[in-house]
Design a protein around this ligand. Structure first.
Ligand code: 6GU
Length: 226
């Protein structure tokens, strides 16, 4: 799977060489290509932004560099992901959808966002998704893109060593994950729940399920069906 990333801060993406994602890149399981938006400007100052029509605070990213950059790296089968606090909430289901695409292109905006015509234009030619990480504001799309890339890349076969570890995770079955314990059996006066030491696999599975439901009811009731 191929990831193209367009940004005015290519250095943000150096972390893609670390840990599992770095290993996957070295093994050729995933491919990342980072592009500087300013390489698609044509003026001496390499300008990427301008004042908003209609007035208001902040600057808006100009459409021309984005148009040329996306033309250069996107094909018909690319999904263009535009991280934005005004986007649809990013979910595990969306991560699975993106992981099934052959290529993703991340358009990382700064300032007050990208001229709306960029999304409107490319939406007629390919899949374009404005995606938000949650109800809070980041300075730009770079950190959000990294989070989305990590969530997607770990679903690509061969990135996570043991595929079974993908199954029993929070959100995969619509519930939060159960609590986990390891040795020692007692730590600072706290015991591991006895059922986990019982060797009774059915009882352990039932306890874990209960814990998932209880935890989800406590901290994320919105995830439970009515
Ligand atoms: Cl995807 N982008 C920005 N700039 N802020 C955010 C976000 C995205 N998701 C939450 N806040």
């Amino acid at each position: 799977m191929r990831f193209d990333i367009v940004t005015i801060f290519p250095e943000f993406f150096e972390v893609l060489d670390i840990s599992l994602l770095g290993k996957a890149r070295a093994n050729g399981v995933v491919e990342y290509s980072i592009h500087d938006l300013r390489d698609f400007t044509h003026d001496k100052h390499r300008t990427v932004d301008d004042t908003p029509y209609g007035g208001g605070a902040g600057m808006v990213m100009k459409p021309e560099p984005w148009g040329d950059a996306i033309d250069a790296f996107a094909t018909d089968d690319t999904v263009v992901v535009v991280p934005s606090p005004a986007g649809e909430p990013f979910t595990q289901a969306m991560a699975r959808e993106f992981a099934a695409a052959p290529r993703l292109l991340f358009a990382c905006g700064r300032y007050e966002g990208i001229d709306q015509r960029v999304v409107d234009h490319f939406s007629t030619r390919m899949r374009v998704r404005a995606v938000s990480l949650g109800d809070y504001v980041l300075n730009g799309g770079e950190v959000a893109a990294l989070a989305i890339i990590e969530a997607v890349a770990r679903l690509v076969p061969g990135v996570v060593g043991n595929p079974e570890s993908l199954v029993e995770e929070s959100h995969e079955d619509g519930l939060l994950e159960y609590p986990s314990y390891t040795k020692p059996q007692e730590w600072r006066g706290l015991e591991v729940p006895p059922v986990l030491l019982s060797g009774n696999h059915a009882a352990i599975a039932a306890w874990r399920r209960e814990q998932q439901v209880q935890r989800t009811r406590d901290v994320r009731p919105d995830l439970l069906p009515d």
